[in-house]
Design a binder for this molecule. Structure first.
Ligand code: CA
Length: 219
């Protein structure tokens, strides 16, 4: 979940919409006091987007408080109406991880959020366009309606993009070692998975067949 602290309703709506479209869960607060209250209870957000000028105080005060408390590791992106160098430097010195001056493009913000979360999770760069949230996967913002086996195959391929997975390895990972299904089973489910990916994003065809070897996901 991403906590968005922004008092301008138009900006908050735009940012929340852009993030939700990419599959992120967003909670919005407009006041510092509300955000402080939210940050005291579980579950903690994965990332905070913080406006500087708020009706009941300065966003950077919250940033400083966070860095001294149990949420010291929470990634923070600061939004400022002023693009002065001073704000930027101050923001970064007070522990913000990134900084965007208004007006900014929602796309730019989403890209920064992704980069920051990736860094925070220490995960390898995933395939662009895919957003995994538990057992739900979105491609270019469209939720994929996958069977359990299709999901298993996709997650396996997503875990190591560009790597060629043999049919045996995929069978093993998704069906389990006791499965007596043959290679054709993998092919069948890859085929239906492909059709669903194509439906969500017609221009892409991310699953590549390697004749005699297996499959890979090419972002
Ligand atoms: Ca503001």
């Amino acid at each position: 979940m991403i906590l968005l602290l922004e008092d301008d309703p138009a900006i908050a709506d735009t940012v929340a919409f852009a993030l939700r479209r990419e599959g992120f869960a967003v909670e919005h607060r407009a006041w510092l006091a509300e955000a402080r209250e939210r940050l005291r209870v579980a579950p903690a957000p994965e990332l905070l987007i913080l406006d500087i000028g708020l009706p009941d105080g300065h966003g950077l005060d919250l940033c400083r408080e966070l860095r001294a408390g149990p949420l010291a590791g929470l990634p923070v992106i600061v939004l400022s109406a002023r693009s002065e160098e001073m704000d930027r430097v101050l923001g970064l010195e007070l522990g913000a991880d990134d900084y965007l001056a208004k007006p900014f493009s929602p796309r730019e913000l989403v890209a920064r959020v992704r980069a920051l979360l990736r860094r925070a999770r220490g995960a390898p760069a995933p395939a662009p366009g895919f957003v995994v949230d538990g057992s739900r996967v979105r491609l270019d913002g469209t939720p994929l309606n996958l069977t359990k086996l299709e999901l298993g195959l996709l997650l396996k391929l997503l875990a190591a993009p560009r790597r060629i997975h043999s049919r045996e390895a995929l069978l093993d990972a998704v069906w389990g070692t006791s499965a007596d299904s043959g290679d054709r089973t993998v092919d069948t489910h890859i085929k239906t998975l492909r059709a669903k990916l194509r439906e969500a994003a017609p221009a892409r065809d991310p699953i590549k067949t390697h004749r005699g070897l297996g499959y890979s996901l090419e972002p």
